[in-house]
Design a protein around this ligand. Structure first.
Ligand code: DGL
Length: 270
């Protein structure tokens, strides 16, 4: 039994950590495509090719279900993968929907028509590719009406986090929040639409102000996965071993991961 968790790099560890806490008995195969991060500045074909390659490796490692813990891949590649590529006995799911269901006060899989919701002004922080895809606005439009979304492409933040340069990451987050506030001075809610950003969540909250509700994905995705596996227990694949795979330098990636999760993480070469 193993479930795959994929990210372009280290950001998906925020999701892995929440899933591991909620489902301690499920073996997890993490794949970080660190050699090719960041995805946020790549085009959709490139993101599709890299993401399918990583998923194939996770299927090989015994996963029948893979969570794309990467908004960029979820936004730019997931739909095409589900339509043309995912084998019928496998599933690949993204991280957008649980977040939007939380924002729009919906239960899992509630597909009723769009309706008015409490929040009216939402700031979206994401990578340039996620912002360009407009996938967030599309999913939101299926569920809510009258919500004004202002998106801020946060160039450079993922690179700084991958390099472990948290001082640069903080400076960039503050400047992206300032840029957003010039376009939308009073957001009621902010979406951290990149799984790397929870590693900077305190900076986002501080820069936005205490009255802005900040939504990040890790716990929402973990809760939604638990719910899914209750309904589809057969999707816990045949793999029995938890592992961390990277296309990058395993030593360097292990050190950064250990620093982020504050527990020993050992990556192997994918
Ligand atoms: N954590 C990925 C996401 O959620 C980062 C994408 C990137 O590599 O730029 O979008």
């Amino acid at each position: 039994m193993a479930v795959g968790i994929f990210d372009s790099g280290l950001g998906g560890l925020t999701v892995l950590d929440a899933v591991a806490k909620r489902l301690p008995d499920v073996p997890l195969v993490y794949f970080g495509d660190n050699a090719n991060a960041p995805y946020g500045v790549r085009d959709a074909d490139d993101i599709y090719d890299l993401t399918t390659k990583a998923c194939a490796r996770m299927f090989e490692a015994g996963c029948d279900l893979v969570i794309l813990a990467c908004n960029t891949a979820s936004a730019a590649a997931l739909r095409r993968m589900q339509e043309n590529w995912v084998p019928t006995d496998k599933r690949v799911l993204g991280v957008f929907v649980p977040l939007i269901e939380a924002l729009t006060e919906r239960q899992w899989g509630d597909n009723s028509p769009p309706r008015e919701v409490a929040v009216k002004h939402v700031a979206l922080f994401a990578t340039p590719a996620t912002v360009a895809s407009r996938a967030f606005q599309r999913e939101l439009a299926f569920r809510a009406i009258g919500v004004d979304v202002e998106a801020q492409a946060c160039g450079g933040v993922v690179d700084a986090i991958e390099e472990g340069d948290m001082i640069l990451a903080e400076a960039l987050v503050r400047s992206h929040v300032d840029a957003l506030k010039r376009k939308m001075p009073k957001p009621e809610a902010a979406i951290l639409g990149c799984t790397h950003y929870p590693l900077m969540d305190e900076v986002f909250q501080d820069a936005l102000g205490a009255d802005v509700a900040v939504y990040s994905q890790a716990n929402l995705v973990a809760a939604s996965l638990e719910d899914y596996l209750k309904r589809r227990p057969e999707m816990i694949g045949p793999g029995t071993e938890s592992m961390f795979l990277t296309t990058g330098d395993p030593m360097k990636v292990s050190n950064r991961a250990t620093q982020f999760l504050r527990r020993k993480i050992t990556f192997a070469a994918a």
